[in-house]
Design a protein around this ligand. Structure first.
Ligand SMILES: Cc1cc2nc3c(=O)[nH]c(=O)nc-3n(C[C@H](O)[C@H](O)[C@H](O)COP(=O)(O)OP(=O)(O)OC[C@H]3O[C@@H](n4cnc5c(N)ncnc54)[C@H](O)[C@@H]3O)c2cc1C
Length: 501
């Protein structure tokens, strides 16, 4: 039976999906799952992509406060979620960095060390090139002192700074700093679709000019006819054969209907929370602590970045509406003259309506402040710790237990960042002291030792031969640059592995 591939299958007979044995069933359509679906479907594999969220329509709300940061789609049950076709990339800033080569080896920090990866930078490098092509990354090899080796240049030239931003960049450079362009996945090349607006980071793009995973990977993969996408459909459970050695089917619920799908391989790509959640929920007599959890490490080693915003106040004058996420300072990545251990990055943020994240009473004040400030991120690495984890409570609720670490370096970076912008002409620079966990990764880490990791180097679970986890949870550490490109590159690498089987 030939099925029509379309985004919303409501009204269709879901049983039709149950009658096909897919080559690969992928649960979750974010940076990991959506990119993997592209890698497989464009090479002829029959793929089912299951996504619990909606496909965000192209409508005016995308670019309003109502639509920003997914506000429109929040529910009481899911107050903060990134359940969309394309996952969190629908809202991301498309800063598509490669991890630095040193992030793949054990790196010393003032408060500990990050672990050795099971693969080297050189092994992932060709897939970084492919991911940069797919996501149309604009960047420069000449500006960033930490830029790792590229076997191919960026596919597109770096994005020019807006005049307002250029004056700040010039001032920072005059003060002796190494300012670099942020590698960005937005379509400002020939026949551009991006209109270079201020509503990019934190917003779903209304014109599909931002290369999120839906736009760059899923829509082209659907064109092949090899991909079926079921949206607004949650995978409730994966079931193994009687000996627990293989996954044989997945239970999918769309609205009130539950149906089963089968495949040769199953890939869980639900993100750092969604993937452990599904593995826990699928526990059975052969896997009493959850699937792929013989090590007891599913959900553990949650890490990522300690991040905070700087509000660089532009006096009483509002910052004009502009596309400001174009410059970064990575010169402190490995430390500074006075702080010899790893620090992190300082990076322009987009014009995000950050006040929406505050209590209603302080929102007017935060709005006034934010609209008069250049918003800049700074972030350093949260080191992987066994105690930081996602877990299921007895009643089935998903919980996070997380204590930030590596704070000495975070506070040093904060001090550097504040001084740097004061010296660049912003006499008042404000920033909260407590870091937020940003770019979370690591809840199903990959590694060579099955007792010390959940996945092997191909993101296949050590315990079950035809079960993979491909999303941010495979990373054993986060470095200090944005992590989505690494998820995309590894998804392309895993895709090649699955094709070769
Ligand atoms: C505002 C914002 C800005 C960001 N900016 C950047 C940036 O500039 N650069 C960068 O590198 N990163 C950025 N990020 C982070 C980046 O988007 C994420 O790291 C990345 O999307 C993670 O990919 P993933 O595949 O792990 O998960 P996700 O992209 O979160 O995808 C997981 C998907 O799985 C689905 N799912 C989960 N469980 C199930 C289930 N049981 N059944 C069906 N579907 C399921 C979810 O609905 C979701 O769509 C940003 C994030 C946000 C929120």
């Amino acid at each position: 039976m030939i099925l029509k591939n379309k985004l919303d299958i409501s009204g269709q007979n879901l049983d039709a999906y149950s009658r096909i044995k897919y080559d690969v069933v992928i649960i979750g359509s974010g940076a990991g799952g959506g990119t993997l679906a592209y890698a497989l479907a464009t090479k002829g594999m029959r793929v089912l992509l299951v996504e619990r969220g909606i496909s965000i329509p192209k409508e005016d709300d995308n670019w309003t406060e109502k639509g920003a940061l997914g506000n429109k789609y929040r529910t009481r049950k899911n107050p903060i979620n990134h359940f969309y076709v394309g996952g969190a990339t629908k809202l991301y800033g498309a800063a598509l960095y490669r991890l630095r080569a040193q992030d793949f080896v054990s790196t010393s920090h003032s408060n500990g060390a990050s672990p050795l990866w099971p693969i080297s930078y050189d092994e992932l490098e060709p897939y970084y090139c492919k991911a940069e092509q797919l996501y149309r990354v604009h960047g420069s090899l000449d500006e960033d002192p930490t830029e790792p080796f590229h076997s191919m240049p960026y596919p597109y030239n770096p994005i020019s700074h807006e005049p307002f931003i250029q004056t700040i960049v010039d001032k920072l450079k005059q003060n002796g700093h190494k300012v670099s362009s942020i590698p960005r996945g937005i379509d400002v090349g020939p026949n551009r679709t991006c209109i270079f607006c201020s509503t990019c980071d934190g917003y779903a793009c209304k014109v599909h000019g931002k290369m999120d995973t839906e736009v760059a990977a899923i829509l082209p993969a659907l064109q092949t006819g090899n991909l079926d996408l079921v949206s607004e459909a949650e995978c409730l459970r994966l079931t193994t054969n009687s000996s627990g050695t293989k996954i044989i089917e997945a239970d999918i619920r769309q609205r009130s209907q539950v149906f089963k799908v089968t495949g040769h391989s199953f890939v869980v790509s639900g993100g750092v929370k969604g993937s452990p959640q599904l593995l826990f929920k699928s526990k059975c007599s052969s896997h009493p602590n959850g699937l792929a959890n013989s090590s007891g490490l599913v959900g553990r080693y949650l890490c990522g970045h300690n991040a905070q915003l700087l509000f660089c106040l532009n006096g009483l004058t509002k910052i004009p509406k502009l596309h400001q996420k174009t410059f970064a300072l990575n010169e402190f990545y490995h430390g500074s003259a006075t702080f010899p251990a790893a620090l992190g990055v300082i990076q322009a943020a987009g014009q995000i309506p950050v006040w929406m994240g505050f209590n209603r009473l302080v929102q007017p004040l935060m709005r006034m402040l934010a609209s008069r400030s250049l918003l800049v991120f700074f972030m350093n690495e949260v080191l992987p710790s066994y105690e930081n984890r996602i877990f299921l409570e007895e009643n089935g609720n998903l919980k996070t237990s997380f204590t930030p670490n590596n704070l000495e370096s975070f506070y040093e970076l904060r001090k550097i960042a504040i001084n740097l912008f004061k010296n660049a002409g912003f006499p008042i620079v404000l920033s909260r002291k407590q870091p937020l966990l940003w770019h979370p990764v690591g809840t199903c880490r990959f590694g060579r030792d099955p007792q010390n990791s959940v996945l092997d180097q191909w993101c296949r679970t050590h315990d079950i031969d035809n079960l993979y986890v491909v999303d941010g949870s495979f990373l054993p550490s986060a470095g200090a640059v944005n992590t989505a490109l690494t998820v995309m590159a590894q998804a392309l690498r895993v895709g090649e592995h699955l094709l070769s089987k």
